[in-house]
Design a protein around this ligand. Structure first.
Ligand SMILES: C[S@@+](CC[C@H](N)C(=O)[O-])C[C@H]1O[C@@H](n2cnc3c(N)ncnc32)[C@H](O)[C@@H]1O
Length: 429
């Protein structure tokens, strides 16, 4: 049995969505385009139909390659949870059928593997992660005698930032409400050379849908294969990247294990703890009071329905003298203003925007055009923080621009001029 904090219906649906990646991609991505191609019946449309079909056939093959990664995530997750999930258990047949939203989140999660765990996306991650690392370092230098700092990273996605902070020697807790992302994180953190050498390479010998990197130690992922707009060259859609860019076990010197001590789904790996806690609801208790030296949020603040709830939680969990480091945009209302909302016509941007905001927790009803959130400017946020009692330590108006799962060769370039600030909960006299 799982602890009460695990929402088994949501978890099983996440499993089901990874397991049926190919089927959903076929239905959601390929089928409507194939139907469109089949309407091109006039003789002068032959070449056009041929082009479309060629592209769709290539997509079909590569979606299956991504689908294999999704299947490996599913397989790894099931063995990870073997005491909680009977291996013959089929969530879908028990009524836990993945929703359209689950499938969209899984596709977005596969792209996010590129964001967090490929070498090529370092330039996207670096401005944000480096800003946090430097602020943490400054804080540590100011308070050198107290040993490893306890850092909380909520909304951690695929957990590269918490991993980097743990690798730098800090004691890190990351949380992420999306089971899809927790399952993918578990897969990446568990990815060892041995796993690649024995399991993946053996599978690849008989399975042409598993693409290995040249050195045979990594898997190839195709993040833009579901993206049909704004390509300069046809092959841009089919670019592939080797993941993960490093073996986490080599860095943290410990194999991850499942961990339910938080009362939710969790992973423990050396000084890194990851769990499915919700930052709004699960940090109110006395056990979390003044528990952390640092709160680090990256591309997270705008997931709040009422940002004051996040601020109150921040105040509660930080030790006196502790700091909150924040980097990210304020994309409150992705339906109206974000990539999907602009109706640029591309499913990837739409799915990324939706997944980064709601992750299936608050699925938006069809026809509802915007998230019910309190949409503040950065200036208003800083004013509220001061009103609560935080002291502004730094307001960096010179952050480098940063994308979010951005294909740098695309004709459309979404970049954020991120806010970057540090506030402190004043030390007690
Ligand atoms: C835009 S993503 C950012 C992920 C990661 N920080 C990054 O920079 O790639 C925001 C994440 O916050 C998660 N999230 C949203 N609300 C949350 C909450 N209340 N508690 C914990 N995680 C939450 C979402 O599931 C999503 O993965």
């Amino acid at each position: 049995m799982f602890p009460d904090g695990v929402d088994t219906d949501r978890l099983y649906k996440a499993f089901d969505a990874f397991r049926r990646y190919n089927e959903a991609a076929e239905n959601d991505i390929l089928l409507p385009r194939r139907q469109l191609a089949s309407t091109l019946t006039r003789p002068e449309e032959d070449r056009l139909r041929e082009m479309m079909n060629q592209r769709l056939n290539a997509c079909e093959n590569l979606l299956q390659v991504n689908g294999k990664i999704a299947w490996l995530i599913h397989e790894q997750g099931r063995s990870w949870l073997q005491w909680g999930v009977d291996t013959t258990f089929d969530p879908a047949s028990q009524g836990h059928l993945a929703t359209e939203e689950d499938h969209a989140i899984v596709r977005s999660t596969i792209r996010q593997i590129w964001r967090d765990w490929s070498k090529e996306s370092e330039s996207e991650r670096y401005p944000c992660h480096q800003a946090v690392m430097e602020d943490v370092q400054n804080y540590s230098q100011r308070t050198p005698t107290e040993g490893a700092k306890r850092i909380l990273v909520p909304g951690a996605g695929l957990c590269r930032l918490p991993f980097n902070l743990a690798a730098a020697g800090h004691d890190v807790e990351a949380n992420e409400v999306s089971y899809h992302q927790l399952l993918a994180t578990n897969f990446i953190l568990s990815y060892t050379r041995e796993y690649a050498k024995h399991h993946i390479r053996n599978l690849a010998k008989s399975d042409s849908q598993i693409h290995l990197s040249r050195n045979g130690n990594q898997i190839e992922v195709y993040p833009w294969v579901t993206q049909f707009s704004n390509h300069v060259k046809t092959d841009d859609q089919f670019r592939h990247y080797s993941i993960p860019d490093l073996c986490p076990v080599d860095v943290l010197h410990e194999v991850p294990s499942f961990d339910f001590s938080s009362g939710t789904l969790g992973i423990k790996m050396a000084n890194l703890q990851i769990n499915g806690r919700d930052f709004t609801k699960d940090f109110q208790g006395p056990e979390h009071s003044s528990a952390f030296d640092i709160l680090a949020t990256v591309f997270f603040l705008d997931t709040a329905t009422n940002v004051l709830d996040y601020m109150r939680t921040a105040w509660h969990i930080l030790k006196p003298g502790g700091q909150w480091i924040n980097v990210g945009p304020l994309l409150w209302n992705c339906y109206e203003n974000g990539p999907g909302g602009r109706r640029e016509g591309d499913v990837d941007d739409d799915e990324n925007a939706r997944a980064r905001q709601v992750n299936g927790q608050q699925a938006v009803a069809p026809g509802k055009q915007w998230d019910m959130k309190i949409e503040l400017s950065n200036q208003e946020i800083l004013a509220l923080l001061e009103q609560i009692g935080f002291t502004l330590i730094r307001n960096n108006e010179d952050m480098k621009q940063a994308g979010y799962v951005r294909d740098t060769t695309s004709m459309l370039q979404n970049v954020y001029q991120c806010a970057h600030w540090v506030v402190e909960k004043p030390a007690e006299d």
